[in-house]
Structure formats: C-alpha cells, structure tokens
Design a protein around this ligand. Structure first.
Ligand SMILES: CC(C)(COP(=O)(O)OP(=O)(O)OC[C@H]1O[C@@H](n2cnc3c(N)ncnc32)[C@H](O)[C@@H]1OP(=O)(O)O)[C@@H](O)C(=O)NCCC(=O)NCCS
Length: 353
C-alpha cells in the first residue's frame, strides 16, 4: 500500500580525522586563511585518510542515522547513495554500504548529481514511497575528495611534518588552489519512513543544463579514451577537476533564487511561509546573496561551511543532521532545500517535515 506521506526518522553524519584549518593549506600552496575565509567563509575541512572511501564514511553516517531512528538495519528496504567520488569506477558505493550494514539483497542505487544530489535524492525517495516500492529508505550522501587534492605532501597538510615542500610541488598545487580550498570530506545519512501523516515532498523545481558540464568536471580517467587511465594523465593533472568558479558562482546566484520563487509559486505559498532554507554550502557568499534575494533572515538559513567546506553530496544531509540534533528543525515545518551541483544540476524543493 503506498504511503500517505513519509518522514525522516533518523539522521547522522560523519567527518573523518581532525579538522584541517586553512593555514595548513598555506603550507603547500600560495593561499592564506584570510583569502579563503573572505572569499568562501571556510575556516577548516576534513579529509578522508588513505584507503578510506566514500562508502566507509557513508557507512559510519548511516549507522548513526539508523541508531537515531531506532530501527534494525534489516528494516531498510532501499538504499540511495549519492557521491561524485565513488570508491571504484564501478560498481557504485551504494552496494558497498549495503554490504557494510549487513543487509545484502536490499536494492542499492547510486546517483550522480554532485552537490545537487539531495534534490534528486528526495525525488527518488518520493517516488519509492508513493509507488509503494519501499517503506523505509536510507539516503546517504558521501564524499572522499582527498583523492583529487593537488598535493602529495599529506604529512605536511594533515600530519606533524613542518618541512618546506618543493617549489615544483607548490607550483603544481597553486594551479588548482581556487578549487582545492573549497572541498572537504564527509557523509550525511537520513532514514526515511512511510507515515500516515501528510509529510514529504510538497513541490519541486529541478533542472539540468549539460551545456555547462565543463564548468566543473574531471578531464581524465573516462571511457572516451583507450585505456581509460593513461600514464601521462598525472603529468597533465587530468585527475584533478577543472572548475570555472566564476561561472558557477554566477549560475548559482541567478538560478537558485529563481528556482526558490518558482517552487513557492507552484505550491501557492510565499517565501515568508518557509521555516528553514536548507541550502547546499558551496560558498558563504553565494548563500548570503541568495538569502538576501529571498528576503530571509539569517537564522532561517543555517550554515556550516566554516567547519566542513563543501562536502558535495554530503552537505545537505550533514546540515539536516545538525539542525535536527540542535532542535532547529521540527516536525510540521515547511522547509526549502536549495542546491546546485556540477552537471549543472540545480533547483529547489519544498518539503513538509
Ligand atoms: C572559487 C571562488 C571562491 C573564487 O573566488 P573569486 O572571488 O571568484 O576569486 P577569483 O577567481 O576572481 O580570483 C581572485 C584572485 O584570487 C586568486 N586566488 C584564487 N584562489 C586563491 C586561493 N585559494 N588563495 C589565494 N588566492 C587565490 C586568483 O588567482 C585571483 O588572483 P588575480 O586577481 O591576481 O588574478 C568563487 O568563484 C566560487 O566560490 N565559485 C563557486 C564555486 C563553486 O560553487 N563550486 C562548486 C559548485 S557545486
């Protein structure tokens, strides 16, 4: 029997290791705490360790969410996992999380919408619940970006080493500094369950414009080439994403307010009816601009980019976990999820909590 509604009954998140403050990055490239904080609002981030994948971070977050939901993992009947930094080219990391949780046989779907994942994830959960295909769904957003950071001197960045890095290594990292300072690792997980209450997705406006795919993409390691990894890829730094930061910035500050207004209009509600704006955290300045455009007071758009940086698909579920545990997020609220990610995928969703 399809559910009348569905709600989040448990949340969790996990970030690996110790926080890495901005001045640590200044040891391996030409940057500063002042520049990073002023341009992005970021003070620190976390990095996955060598050998630690998105599935490991996602499993830890999922265990916390399952514990908070007070359910047995066996009650989960579908897993949806979002990551742009999977453990392997294939299979996807969702299957690995299912195995780690000890629930083999449960269908596990990977989605690839990068920082826009929570929106698309919500729509999938909505479909699963409303079709009656699932009653308890685990959503996980997890990222291990450390593998594309443009330095090799991890002992200087995350360890105790205080040596100078070579001029060559510094120059290599400098070429990617605007990207490297933004991203951090972590995972968030949400347990959704069918309910008789009218809760869940109210309205959604999502979009994709692949004409801008190269505004943020990884040029190397794809199956357009034979073989799909080439020896000279590393010399060309082709494993490191290329990002047009300005283009994405402009895209976000234009499209997100438009999507927010459009979804409210379709739902027949005003922006003032929205309790919380749960926005992806790519840059503090982007969210500040969007918030001002929407006329929302600061306390209605919770932020955590200062502590985690941009954790891509991990961001919105981590934020949801934090505001759930702090009590800011409450049952019955009308909240808006806002996100934009490489693809470009973006949009806004109104959710009755
Ligand atoms: C990347 C971003 C922080 C750059 O901020 P910006 O204000 O646009 O900065 P610019 O790129 O114009 O660079 C300004 C200067 O700072 C320098 N700079 C870039 N990165 C730097 C860093 N990490 N440290 C110090 N200086 C840096 C640039 O080289 C440039 O120097 P110049 O003026 O001498 O040429 C910003 O564009 C952004 O956040 N874009 C969105 C990215 C995004 O959302 N990505 C994820 C999408 S989900």
């Amino acid at each position: 029997m399809p559910a009348r509604g569905y709600e989040i009954i448990g949340t969790g998140h996990h970030v690996p290791g110790e926080p890495v403050p901005n001045d640590r990055l200044a040891r391996v490239m030409d940057t500063s705490d002042e520049w990073i904080f002023k341009r992005s609002g970021i003070r620190q981030r976390h990095y996955a360790g060598e050998g630690e994948g998105a599935s490991d971070l996602g499993t830890k977050a999922a265990r916390r969410a399952i514990e908070a939901a007070r359910i047995d993992p066996a009650e989960i009947d579908y897993i949806v996992l979002a990551t742009m930094t999977p453990d392997y080219v294939f299979p996807g990391s969702a299957a690995l999380v299912g195995a780690n949780l000890g629930i083999p046989g449960v269908p596990a779907l990977d989605i690839r919408q990068q920082c826009g994942a929570m929106l698309f994830g919500y729509q999938i959960v909505d479909g699963l619940m409303k079709s009656g295909a699932a009653r308890t769904v685990l959503f996980v957003g997890a990222e291990a970006h450390a593998g594309f950071m443009p330095w090799e001197d991890w002992d200087v960045v995350t360890g105790d080493a205080t040596r100078e890095v070579t001029a060559e290594a510094r120059a290599r990292a400098d070429a990617h500094r605007s990207l490297a300072v933004l991203f951090g690792d972590g995972a968030g997980a949400l347990v959704f369950r069918a309910t008789d209450r009218e809760a869940g997705l109210v309205k959604m406006k999502i979009h994709t414009d692949g004409r801008h795919a190269k505004a943020l993409y990884v040029p190397g390691g794809g199956f357009r080439t034979r073989p799909y990894w080439k020896k000279d890829m590393f010399d060309e730094q082709a494993h490191i994403p290329r990002m047009d930061g300005r283009e994405l910035f402009k895209f976000a500050v234009t499209k997100l307010p438009q999507a927010a207004r459009a979804v409210c209009e379709e739902a027949g509600v005003g922006l003032g009816d929205v309790d919380l704006f749960l926005a992806h955290q790519a840059n503090d300045r982007i969210n500040e601009y969007v918030r001002e455009q929407l006329g929302a007071p600061r306390e209605r758009m919770p932020m955590n980019i200062d502590r985690f940086g941009n954790t891509s698909a991990g961001t919105v579920p981590i934020l949801i976990d934090e505001v759930t545990r702090s009590g800011l997020l409450q049952k019955g609220q009308l909240n808006m999820i806002l996100a934009l990610g490489a693809g470009v995928h973006w949009g806004a969703a109104l959710v009755r909590w």
